[in-house]
Design a protein around this ligand. Sequence first.
Ligand SMILES: [Zn+2]
Ligand SMILES: [Zn+2]
Length: 416
Amino acid sequence: MKLKFLGGAEVVGKMGLLLQNKGASLLLEYGMTASKPPQYPLAAPPVDMAFLTHSHLDHCGMLPWLCGKYDTEVVATPITIDVVELLVRDSLKIAGIEGYPKPFNQEDIQTLMRNFTPMTYGEIMDVGGFEIELHPAGHLPGATMYELRGDQTTLFTGDLHTCNMRLVWGAHPVKCDNLIIEGTYAGRTHPDRLKTEYALIEKVKEIVESGGRAILPCFAVGRTQEVMLLLKDLKYNMWVDGMGKTISRYYLDRPEYVRNEKALRAAKRRFREVRTPSDRRRARREAQVIVTTGGMLDGGPVLTYIEDVKNDPKSAILLTGFQVEDSNGSRLLSEGVINVQNVKEEIPHPVKIKCQVEMYSLSAHADHNELMDFINACDPEKVVLMHSDDRQPLAQDIEASGMEVILPMADEEFTL
Ligand SMILES: [Zn+2]
Ligand SMILES: [Zn+2]
């Protein structure tokens, strides 16, 4: 079979992998990088069918374009389909606000929603000379690895986490000949998960007991729920704001995709939801803990809450997610400032943040060692590395284990 990345091979973002086998062509993922300006993969040709692993924009963000142009059928799990609709509508809104050209319109989103074919774990589809089976990928509820069984077996992981999180079980290896795997954390290891969780809970307690407020900026999809699950046994005045509220509801509507429905229901009950402007005023007055979007402080309700605590040394901003270079979150960590743009101002101005700022890494991706364990257990002959800014450290370890490594660049054809 012939393959070609349209994007997302040598970078974390804008995924797209074209695959041709026995006269059929398939597309795995079609996403975008939500940077300023946004970045897109190469234009996809018409394909027979598309497959989506999960609902993050770097994997799904350009599917409306694909469906609007070619009316393509797209396979994904039902919970992924629910969340994608919300995210692509939101990304269109953001493109409008930021003034960048919109790559698709509302009608294209409707076409995508009509063209989704829901499939779930363990189900099998015959297409393009393959039997294609879905397996859980950890990472997020509904995140999927695709196993393509033909003359050889190929596993495409999408984004992958192998350890159990509070929200979702970790992925299990699948024996294959070819493994196409993400390498976001190639060369890096996570701090011990349980110790990190414990330290975060203790920090929240310390902040609240000393009379401060803990603000936890979180991505709406996955992280908001993971942090709510972590903090659910604390007896404080806790609020949740942003799109994560809706995502929690979606997850509870399809509890088969979450690890512990009862725990997620309990977490949802423990947090008051900001639904109206008066709720927000109340949260700003009385909250001791706030979990809110945006995860990188570049927009969303979190900026309002930071305004209230920015000069209070008793309060804290507790980050838990990866902070992309040039985001407000990364500026806060390196320089202690965030850029704020008032409605009337053209140019954002830096604001000094004097409250406490700490980072607790709760990644939803496997780290270097976890990736190596997973790769060894899948026992492939060939490994293709993708979704990584620096594939070398992982490539070296894989080669040392006797497997062939392929490091394709975007627009470069290769065969398996
Ligand atoms: Zn992801
Ligand atoms: Zn990703």
